[in-house]
Design a protein around this ligand. Sequence first.
Ligand SMILES: Nc1nc2c(ncn2[C@@H]2O[C@H](COP(=O)(O)OP(=O)(O)O)[C@@H](O)[C@H]2O)c(=O)[nH]1
Ligand SMILES: [Mg+2]
Length: 288
Amino acid sequence: MWFGRSVTVILPTYNERDSIRASIESFEATGVVDEILVVNNNAAPGTSEEVARTRAREVHEPRQGYGAAIRRGFREARGDLILVCEPDGTFRGQDVFKLLAYADDFEVVYGSRTVKELIWEGANMGLFLKWGNYAVAKLMEVLFNTTSLTDVGCTMRCIRREALERIEPFFTVDGSFFGPEMMVLSILKKMRMIQIPVNYTERVGHSSVTGSHRVAFLLGLRMIALILSYRVRSWLRPGDFEVEFARGSDVAAGGRIAAHLPTRDLLLEGEESESAELEKPEPPRSSS
Ligand SMILES: Nc1nc2c(ncn2[C@@H]2O[C@H](COP(=O)(O)OP(=O)(O)O)[C@@H](O)[C@H]2O)c(=O)[nH]1
Ligand SMILES: [Mg+2]
């Protein structure tokens, strides 16, 4: 509980068998997290057994991809304040306090991993990733004239439930560039948001996304394309983002509104094969 509001942490997992238990325990140790929700995205064998030794709840999301896993987590989460992180040893449980402190004032709080003093030795944040993330974040900041942004790839973030409900129907991305889509949507929905530095440490095991410069570079290009397409679309059709969705008994109607929104067409048409190639995951490997 954080000042009367319940807290959920969503941890997607694909290849984190050897780090997930310690990661869950580090969130438990904060004493403020009410629910830890693991979204098993066809994860490495043995992951469920590790999760079962903790008090985390596990759900299985068969649709492959980081975005698919997080979107499933958002649908399952019960907390008022919903945090997202990664169980690969790169983030620290104590940093939830940093995000929660800002969640008192902001609807969405994004972490940033590009602040030199908080990049630990051994962290996968060399010059290429640091300045690449920084440059794409600045592009987003300038194009949308928004708050100071210094990272587009940080997966540690916190959103209030009411804010999540306003952007959730607009999500389209199942892959690794879901993070920037969430950022753009929160800007377009004029949410109060801020980005703050968090610790970034060495990963346990193999990184299947930014571990390869080639994959990271292609992902960066894909993120830029996504940002530009949202910018152009919001200039041409600003009304698209003014739509609010019906809730509760009107969920079916909300679904119909969603069906008429062109986001999916604009972002994924003709790009399916390219992004499918980019997102095609390596099978989780056992690190023993
Ligand atoms: N690579 C990959 N990661 C996934 C998938 N589904 C969920 N994830 C999560 O996405 C996060 C990022 O993956 P990771 O290998 O750590 O890449 P990195 O953070 O760029 O080093 C991890 O928390 C994974 O558990 C998937 O299908 N493929
Ligand atoms: Mg990672």
